[in-house]
Design a protein around this ligand. Structure first.
Ligand SMILES: C[S@@+](CC[C@H](N)C(=O)[O-])C[C@H]1O[C@@H](n2cnc3c(N)ncnc32)[C@H](O)[C@@H]1O
Length: 330
């Protein structure tokens, strides 16, 4: 795939931030895609949403009136960041997973007492490059060490011995992990920050299914476009022939598993070719593109404890739609 990664090396000689490139190899991405579509229940990995167009569309999703997540989390952060910064203490190393445009980390970095270094980890190298260029202007004295990588892999992040480490994982992105992956991710986080280190994490809460389904099926159709872009991306980068007009998008609440499931649904019997492989789709056959698990506070505390974290403080909005949680590694 000639994706974001190429953009980074192509721009190396202009005054761009040095990025530590631990991006997964292109063959691994192709194999993931082919394995997912070859399974009896078809899936595509949600991290492939975020090419340049996908990242733009995600920013638009965050502005949709039904998509309460970003607005609510930002309001909690704005109200409580001074208290959070006091708990996190001075001179800590800040690691953010899936930093995107770093909008929330900007607020955090302003609130923190003399942060020592900021390490954003992001799969979209183009997005990372832009965000870091802006941050360098806004925080000229802050050391920034951007890492272009898949945070689901065992990556060797920069570490400065002796510093207190804190991780920032907003956006309820933890909800996109199945339980085993969430546990593995949190265990790795707890090990990385070490005893006394912290994780500040955004966790979306279980609520009225109608409100959840509306948030993921916005009336303007941006989330639909975001999903269809995944097929477009495969067409562009793997020379595939998805006919995007014959897929529709739908997000559905699964009450047993406490998750929103996002699907692209085939509108007719059709065949798609991807890089030498053929995939048949029956009418109404679905590709699951994303799961967004929702938690209640005890359920998340249990998961955190199993991973080696104790929940020290939880902030929510007045309607208890969303939570920002301060976890300390035990
Ligand atoms: C839902 S956005 C959240 C962005 C930001 N943290 C926020 O809360 O607004 C998810 C971000 O994580 C990145 N991302 C998704 N999967 C990733 C992965 N496996 N490794 C690294 N970054 C990933 C995406 O490119 C995107 O910028």
């Amino acid at each position: 795939m000639s994706n974001d990664r190429t953009a980074v090396s192509a721009n190396k000689d202009i005054a761009t931030p040095e990025i530590i490139d631990l991006h997964p190899p292109e063959e691994a991405i192709r194999d993931l895609m082919v394995d997912g579509l070859g399974a009896s229940s078809k899936t595509l990995p949600c991290r492939l949403f975020y090419d340049e167009r996908g990242s733009e569309l995600f920013e638009l999703i965050c502005e949709q009136p039904e998509y309460y997540l970003t607005r609510t989390e930002l309001a909690i952060l704005r109200e409580h960041l001074p208290e959070m910064a006091d708990m996190l203490g001075p001179k800590c190393d800040v690691i953010e997973y899936g930093s995107g445009s770093s909008i929330k980390s900007r607020l955090l970095l302003h609130a923190l007492h003399e942060p020592a270094v900021y390490i954003p980890v992001e799969i979209s190298c183009t997005m990372l490059e832009q965000a870091v260029a802006n941050l360098r202007q806004e925080f000229p004295n802050l050391e920034i060490m951007p890492v272009c990588a898949d945070y689901m892999q065992d990556i060797d992040l920069p570490r400065r011995e002796g510093d207190r480490r804190m991780e920032f994982f907003p956006g309820s992105t933890i909800g996109n992990f199945h339980r085993d992956d969430a546990l593995r991710f949190l265990k790795r986080s707890a090990r990385f920050v070490g005893g006394g280190g912290a994780l500040l994490i955004g966790v979306d809460l279980i609520k009225d299914p109608a409100e959840l389904e509306a948030a993921y099926n916005d009336a303007a159709g941006i989330t639909s476009e975001f999903n269809i872009n995944l097929l477009d991306r495969i067409n562009r980068e793997l020379d595939a022939d998805f006919d995007c007009d014959w897929f529709r998008f739908r997000a559905i609440w699964n009450p047993e598993l406490h998750r929103i499931e996002s699907y692209l649904i085939s509108e007719r019997d059709q065949t798609v070719h991807i890089d030498g492989e053929t995939f048949a789709f029956a009418t109404d056959e679905r590709i699951r593109t994303e799961c967004s698990y929702k938690y209640d506070l005890p359920l998340f505390a249990e998961l955190a404890a199993e991973a080696g974290f104790e929940v020290e403080h939880v902030w929510t909005d007045p309607q208890q739609r969303f939570s920002v949680q301060y976890l300390v590694a035990t």
